[in-house]
Design a binder for this molecule. Structure first.
Ligand code: HPA
Length: 234
């Protein structure tokens, strides 16, 4: 047990998928895993462990934003020995060629600040994905015919952004989408020498103002969960 995760040490797998939304953790575990057991409900941040094609996997909600993700990722890595952490989430599209429902595999994650900024001090550390996971995710998305983009994303500290000029600069520099967690996940993975990747479904679009209807979210989310599971065990 840790402060935020009620599981016993043996109830958490070495491979962890992390959606922001705890109810998506429940849906993904019930839909894709066998022999699923609920392993966390502290603060309603649900976590489940089961098997995918015989491999043990935990699906643990991370909450929204880097400080929340950092709490769960730190405890999963330091206290439970997690070795592979894959964020599965949504993002806002930032390029014309990136459409609603497309999947983005985040090679890097730019940010204004992260919870690690204070320890990096004057260094602009470049948070980047684990290559083997990235490669596995691209192969899995090709096999499923899911339209997938690979490149940089932007991890923002705000959803309601009072500085649209910042995302304009990101768009000018080819950043594919904006979300709120990946940069710190990549920082923590580097610090603890574990594998991390963020796979994102484009749920809304900053340039067009479109948003994915609620009914379509589940289907797109399912593609992403399968890509993550295949990448983890490739
Ligand atoms: N901004 C930040 N995070 C997000 C967005 C967005 O537009 N869409 C999904 N996550």
């Amino acid at each position: 047990m840790t402060i935020h995760i009620g599981a016993s040490p043996d109830q958490i797998a070495e491979t962890v998928l992390m959606p922001g939304d705890p109810l998506r953790a429940k849906w993904a575990a019930e839909t894709f895993l066998d022999g699923t057991e609920q392993v966390n409900n502290v603060r309603g941040m649900l976590g489940f462990t089961g098997r995918y094609k015989g491999n043990r996997v935990t699906i643990q909600g991370s909450g929204m934003g880097m400080p929340s993700l950092s709490i769960y990722a730190n405890e999963l890595i330091r206290d439970y020995g997690a070795k592979t952490l894959i964020r599965i989430g949504s993002c806002g599209g930032m390029q014309d060629h990136v459409a609603i429902r497309d999947v983005i595999v985040a090679m890097t994650a730019s940010s204004v600040t992260t919870p690690s900024s204070t320890i990096f001090r004057e260094i602009n550390f470049a948070p980047c994905a684990d290559w083997s996971l990235l490669h596995g995710a691209v192969n899995a998305s090709k096999a499923r015919n899911v339209k997938t983009h690979v490149g940089g994303i932007y991890s923002s500290d705000v959803f309601y952004d009072e500085r649209p000029d910042l995302s304009e600069q990101m768009t000018r520099h080819g950043i594919l989408g904006v979300e709120m967690e990946a940069a710190e996940l990549y920082n923590l993975a580097a610090r603890h020498q574990v594998r991390a990747l963020a796979i994102l479904t484009v749920s809304d679009h900053l340039l067009t103002g479109e948003a994915l209807p609620a009914a379509d979210r589940e289907r797109s989310f399912g593609d992403m969960v399968e890509i993550a599971l295949e990448a983890a065990f490739a």
